[in-house]
Ligand binder design. Structure first.
Ligand SMILES: [Zn+2]
Length: 292
């Protein structure tokens, strides 16, 4: 089995407190989150593994990006997550991202929402190359889609034109909503997600590496699970992947982990579990090279 732990570097609403709203400050990576990313890099060094990261262009343009340079220097994979966390399926300008509604001049007279999305993607790749010396191989859509990019062939084409080795935009994990949860139903939902969302190719040939099982946002914000429950569910996903020789790619956010798993204990446990079951811990960049 292959385990990939993916981290989207951005600020997430409702973390660390339910009352926190960061939508207007996308890319404003705070000190605690930067420090947590360094802790995760320490952990990766200690365990001899690499993680997959996706970063906003706005975060690359911040003052202190030593932590991002460190990730690249230590062999982690850093992909593109757009500049402002835009909705890549937006058909109307007002659906792109709130920053454009607040300041329409930022649209710079673009003819279509797709033009804005293309600019966001190319600006972010250029910033990564300029500031970190590496061009991203992977693209992650802001927000996951239950059907990936299957209904967005123009976006598939755009990513291919921009030379991405893969997209990661498909997320689907059906779980019961009512507490008290039937634990076996939660595990079944995670297992089904891992089985159903194995990497595949879009009709144009672009590989898709979905976000499988349950994400940290889904676990903590939507289901209000605690860390022990979330960890058990991800461990179940690892077991399913190990038994059936599947890939398990998990979506996490350093800013969420910084407050919910501040010592990285969950991440350590997942890596150690995968390795103990004979699995490999890989980046999405490595998975993409092997998509049939
Ligand atoms: Zn995101």
């Amino acid at each position: 089995m292959k385990l990939s732990l993916t981290f989207d570097i951005e600020m997430c609403t409702n973390f660390p407190y339910w009352s926190d709203v960061w939508d207007h400050r996308k890319g404003a990576i705070d000190e605690q989150t930067r420090r947590h990313i360094e802790q995760l890099a320490d952990l990766a060094l200690e365990l001899g593994v690499r993680f997959q990261w996706f970063v906003l262009g706005a975060a690359v343009q911040a003052d202190d990006i030593a932590y991002l340079r460190r990730l690249v220097g230590e062999g982690h994979a850093v992909g593109n997550h757009t500049y402002h966390h835009v909705n890549v399926k937006a058909q109307r300008f007002e659906d792109l991202q709130i920053v454009y509604n607040q300041d329409p001049l930022k649209l710079r007279g673009a003819a279509t929402p797709l033009d804005v999305i293309a600019d966001e993607i190319s600006a972010t790749s250029d910033l990564l190359e300029h500031h970190l010396g590496t061009r991203p191989r992977g693209f992650r859509t802001p927000g996951g889609f239950g059907n990936g990019l299957q209904d967005a062939p123009a976006v598939q084409g755009l990513l291919q034109q921009h030379g991405f080795a893969y997209c990661s935009g498909h997320y689907d994990c059906e779980l019961p909503t009512e507490r008290p949860f039937d634990w076996s139903e939660l595990e079944r939902g995670v297992g089904e997600s891992v089985r159903a969302l194995q990497p595949y190719r879009y009709p144009n040939g672009l590989p898709e590496i979905p976000m499988m099982g349950i994400s940290d946002i889904h676990a903590y914000r939507v289901r209000d699970l605690d860390r022990g429950e979330f960890t058990r569910l991800l461990e179940h996903g690892i077991h399913v992947a190990a038994q059936e020789d599947l890939t398990f790619s998990v979506l996490l956010h350093p800013q969420v982990q910084a407050c919910r798993d501040p010592h990285g204990g969950m991440v350590r446990r997942l890596v150690e579990k995968a390795l103990s079951l004979g699995g490999e811990v890989v980046t999405n960049d490595q998975i993409a090279a092997a998509v049939g």
